[in-house]
Design a protein around this ligand. Structure first.
Ligand SMILES: Nc1ncnc2c1ncn2[C@@H]1O[C@H](COP(=O)(O)OP(=O)(O)OP(=O)(O)O)[C@@H](O)[C@H]1O
Ligand SMILES: O=P(O)(O)OC[C@H]1O[C@H](OP(=O)(O)OP(=O)(O)O)[C@H](O)[C@@H]1O
Ligand SMILES: [Mg+2]
Length: 299
């Protein structure tokens, strides 16, 4: 019997979200010894157990209170929530935060040469998808009907195989659509991965651990999109230099040992610094420009 006092987190075992989910927990200081075969992994330094499952099962595990937290794509979460509600079941959870990976869109696509002037072109057509609920919501909102061809994989081959007129599937680069002679015509849903918690109140120690983990996750995400910038600049050009730096507040200004008219500037930028900006900085007189990654952050 598993230890109910330990926090249980469900994440995808193998697929698009697995590596990023594992990496996120690692960066939050959760030490997990993942053996590829094991369904469950135990953190060494915190009372946390990781349950590794098919992503489709994660929303249900959280709704049913079997696990405390889940890392899941919003597309799968919302599809399962709509499915449960449509069949009169409960689907309760708390959204803790959106995460910074797993970005994709759920799109309608038709064969390259098919005519398409808007979603109404698909009225009463057969559409292959793994997301019938999200598709139904989109079509119903527009007063349109469709025949569903439910496929849990290889959705893109359906039109060529004569199974459907169009598809509704996940896209990120569009390479899979192109390889299958399909054209993306409408985006019906934009998704990222997210962290959800079961809706039942948890005992205080568990909730405190979740709160701590959430603060760390937010710190990790903030650090990932921030940079530490150091440069030298003429005192007379400080305003121009700072104006070129996106998301910088209150730079630290330090004197340079043997130069009276130049100073060193240290600052945290909320955005990455592009080569173009570095060239502009140099043009206004900045030199020794360093852009460093930030590992952790806490405000
Ligand atoms: N091309 C993509 N780029 C980025 N994220 C994606 C992409 N495709 C899917 N995702 C996101 O990753 C999630 C998992 O995708 P994946 O293809 O690994 O699922 P799966 O094949 O259903 O896996 P499982 O075996 O766990 O059921 C998707 O639900 C979506 O949120
Ligand atoms: O627009 P693209 O960059 O080509 O990505 C889209 C593809 O990615 C996903 O599948 P995945 O590669 O994860 O494999 P799967 O079909 O086995 O889930 C999705 O289901 C698409 O097929
Ligand atoms: Mg799946």
């Amino acid at each position: 019997m598993s230890d109910k006092t330990r926090l249980r987190i469900a994440m995808q075992k193998s697929g698009r979200l697995s590596k990023d989910s594992q990496e996120l927990l690692k960066q939050c200081g959760v030490k997990i010894n993942l053996n590829e075969q094991r369904l469950i992994a135990y953190a060494e330094n915190l009372p946390i157990d990781i349950l590794r499952v098919r992503d489709d099962d994660i929303p249900g595990l959280v709704f049913d209170g079997v696990v405390d937290l889940g890392i899941i794509g919003e597309n799968v979460l919302e599809e399962e929530e709509l499915r449960r509600k449509a069949s009169g079941e409960e689907a309760n959870y708390k959204m803790l935060t959106r995460l910074d990976f797993g970005a994709c869109r759920l799109s309608l696509a038709v064969p390259q040469d098919a005519e398409y002037t808007g979603p109404e072109s698909l009225n009463n057509m057969r559409i292959a998808t793994s997301y019938p609920q999200l598709l139904r919501r989109f079509m119903t909102e527009r007063g349109l009907k469709f025949k569903s061809c439910l496929l849990n994989g290889s959705v893109e081959v359906a039109p060529r195989a004569g199974l459907a007129d169009a598809i509704c599937d996940l896209v990120s680069t569009g390479a899979t659509l192109e390889a299958n002679g399909l054209r993306e015509v409408d985006v019906i849903y934009r998704s990222k991965s997210c962290l959800i918690q079961q809706n039942n109140p948890l005992e205080p120690a568990k909730q405190q651990l979740i709160d701590k983990l959430l603060t760390r996750i937010q710190g990790v995400m903030q650090a990932r999109e921030s940079k530490y910038i150091m440069l030298h600049a003429p005192k007379s050009k400080l305003k121009e230099v700072v104006a070129l730096l996106p998301g910088v507040e209150d730079p630290t200004i330090l004197p340079l040992a043997n130069e009276d008219d130049r100073v060193a500037l240290h600052m945290v930028s909320q955005e990455n610094l592009f080569w173009e900006t570095m060239e502009q900085l140099k043009a206004v007189g900045a030199s020794s420009i360093l852009v460093l990654p930030i590992e952790k952050m806490m405000n």
